[in-house]
Design a protein. Structure first.
Length: 218
């Protein structure tokens, strides 16, 4: 019998099973084998993943709406399996297209993310998977494109005036301080201070920007 252990207290969320270790629903770690209620863990994980997917889609739609209001020409990039296969010209490296091609910005694509921003630790930061960054950067090398990450906050995505921050993918890939590679999470820890608010970064790449400023002054 394995005993759930936390400060020598048995909690209601623990279950005790009789049998071999291979029959247990969740592998544990010696010297104390801790087994949470597997059904509840799976249920919570599914709910969290569902919420993240939904928030990711909200962020994408919000980006398109605001970008078009700012007179950017936003073209959806197909993300289905067949479309992605078109870009995998070199089998040995993983690749990914960004979410949107900005037609009136020179060689710019935008990947929209809805991430957790950590406001309780100074400096403020977010995590992004190094594998995700690698896939986007690999395709940039093949196509000569640049990717800008547009990041929305998980905590604010349902708020009416949810804001966006942006950062160039290449800034993260340089992996110089103050960006830190977290080996345990296999993620980059990126300070918010390296990002820009709103569409200021995207505006720098707008083709014939003066034309749009004249149009807006009428």
């Amino acid at each position: 019998m394995y005993i759930a252990f936390e400060d020598e207290i048995i909690l209601e969320s623990f279950i005790i099973l009789q049998g071999t270790k291979s029959e247990l629903p969740l592998a544990g770690f010696l010297p104390y084998e801790v087994y949470l209620n597997n059904v509840e863990v799976q249920k919570n994980n599914l709910e969290v993943e569902k919420r993240r997917r939904e928030n990711g889609l909200k962020a994408q739609e919000l980006f398109k709406i605001i970008a078009r209001e700012q007179l950017f020409i936003v073209e959806d990039i197909p993300q289905d399996k067949d479309s992605i296969a078109n870009y995998k010209v070199i089998e040995s490296i993983p690749v990914k297209r960004a979410d949107y091609n900005i037609k009136n910005c020179k060689n710019i694509e935008v990947e929209v993310k809805c991430l957790t921003l950590y406001p309780r630790i100074n400096p403020l930061f977010f995590y992004i998977s190094s594998y995700e960054v690698e896939k986007l950067e690999n395709l940039n090398k093949l196509t000569g494109k640049k990717t800008i990450l547009a990041i929305y906050s998980q905590a604010e995505i349902d708020q009416e005036n949810c804001s966006v921050i942006m950062i160039k993918l290449s800034t993260i890939r340089k992996n110089k301080r103050p960006i830190i590679y977290d080996i345990d999470k296999d993620c980059y820890k990126v300070p918010i201070s390296l990002t820009t608010e709103g569409f200021e970064l995207l505006e720098k790449y707008r083709i014939k920007g003066d034309l749009y400023r004249k149009s807006g002054s009428r």
